[in-house]
Design a protein. Structure first.
Length: 440
């Protein structure tokens, strides 16, 4: 079985010497899963067990354990190879939408130009032959009257220079995006991913830190700002929302003489090195969705090119009516054959971001409600009344921190058991002497 990547990452961040509680807190993992994962990792990566006099266990790992595992597990090698390949593939996917947009505009423009030049040449021949057919204005700008102003103003090289506001948009360094334009097209269409993809991981990590900061004993009100769905009525009164926390971190309730319940987590009280208070947000805050991380200039340019693409597609569709493509053949016939794809792409390019914009607003409104609810729990904790303060004070009776130092070790798998006994000879003799004196 391939070791858990979250456990490996936690071991590295904690300095390669850890306890189950350390890893469960750092990675936000279930205590039992963390214990099983550490045992498997120690077995596969050549880790060592260190046992203290009180029976607590620390795990020591070599700093090159990833290399050891990589050589041992083909699947890890494949995963690392795929991660590199996927980064390249995903980048190509991101820029492909921008390339398709530019290619669509180019194809449509060339097809329109071919048709208009051919029609113009045909009309010139008719005029020389004595015909008086109206071409709708003549020249390359032959277009149906209902299209209004000349659409080719989009191609005016001085268009952006003529608009001071647009010039400021593109020259402002404060609004420039680090992504290139092709990446910005993808961001405009589909956004930049879920900002709360790691929400559950953050939730359990922060709950673990709260418990650690309280030295392994808390009241439910200290955990509430990091949870959702606290329930109503008796469910909230009896603190049913603490059950998943107890299950995950192997905690158990303790009842005060006044009948108040607090929660004790013995396994989170054991650590490989002394733990200090960690800074933490007052409540779990979900991040709001962004429509796009592209700059405002890139977004405006994407909208402009999308509108241009759709307008050109509609113009081309009007010119292709009556089976005119069959008369030209070749390139025009090819564009005519893929015209349904071009028009669907043109509509979708503008419709998808529009739909997504309203979806993002709805999603953010829900997130703000949840953040507000958690913030209210944090405010209630900060403004604790006498009963809550008494409850937290009672919980601190169970607070403790057990640090497994090297001086406390009675066994380690790093060295032979006989060698360890010889090293601890003086300590063992002193212990026997103490016992003899106490009995006499």
């Amino acid at each position: 079985m391939v070791p858990d990547s979250n456990i490996m990452k936690a071991v590295e961040q904690l300095g390669y010497r850890v306890t189950v509680g350390d890893v469960a807190t750092k990675a936000g993992l279930n205590i039992n899963l963390a214990e099983q994962g550490l045992l498997a990792l120690a077995s596969d990566a050549g880790g060592h067990l260190q046992v203290s006099e009180s029976g607590e266990i620390a795990y020591l790992f070599p700093k090159n354990f990833r290399s050891i595992l990589r050589n041992k597990f083909l699947q890890l090698q494949l995963l690392e190879w795929w991660a590199k390949v996927w980064r390249i593939l995903f980048y190509l996917i991101r820029i492909s939408f921008g390339i398709v947009l530019l290619l669509s505009i180019a194809l449509i423009m060339i097809a329109i130009a071919i048709i208009l030049v051919s029609i113009n040449s045909s009309n010139d021949n008719d005029s020389r032959g004595g015909g008086s057919r109206d071409t709708g204005g003549g020249g390359i700008f032959f277009l149906p009257r209902f299209w209004g102003p000349d659409i080719f103003w989009f191609f005016n090289p001085g268009y952006y220079d003529s608009s001071p506001q647009r010039q400021r948009t593109f020259s402002s360094s404060s609004e420039r995006s680090q992504m290139n334009f092709l990446e910005a097209i993808f961001s405009f269409l589909f956004g930049d991913g879920n900002p709360n993809a790691d929400l559950e991981e953050r939730r359990w990590q922060e709950i673990g830190v709260v418990i650690r900061n309280s030295r392994g004993a808390v009241a439910a009100e200290q955990i509430a700002p990091y949870l959702d769905n606290l329930g109503e009525g008796y469910q909230r009164e009896y603190e049913d929302y603490m059950l998943p926390v107890l299950t995950r971190f192997n905690g158990h309730p303790e009842v005060s003489p006044e009948g108040e319940i607090v929660y004790h987590f013995p396994q989170l009280q054991t650590t490989a090195k002394e733990q200090y208070q960690q800074s933490l947000q007052a409540y779990l805050k979900e991040r709001l969705w962004q429509f796009s991380q592209a700059s405002s200039g890139q977004i405006m340019l994407a909208i402009g090119l999308g509108a241009l693409n759709l307008i050109l597609a509609l113009v081309l569709g009007d010119l292709l009516q009556g089976g005119i493509a069959a008369q030209f053949g070749g390139f025009v016939a090819f564009v005519d054959s893929i015209y349904p794809i071009l028009i669907v792409y043109g509509i979708g390019f503008l419709a998808i971001p529009l739909i997504r914009y309203f979806w993002v607003q709805w999603k953010n409104s829900r997130i703000e409600v949840r953040n507000q609810q958690r913030q209210e729990q944090a405010i209630a904790l900060n403004q604790a009344d006498a009963n809550l303060k008494q409850k937290i004070a009672y919980a601190q009776q169970f607070a403790a921190q057990k640090v497994i130092s090297k001086e406390d070790l009675v066994y380690t798998s790093e060295t032979d058991l006989l060698d360890q006994e010889l090293e601890r000879k003086d300590q063992i003799d002193a212990e026997w002497q103490r016992r003899l004196e106490s009995n006499s």
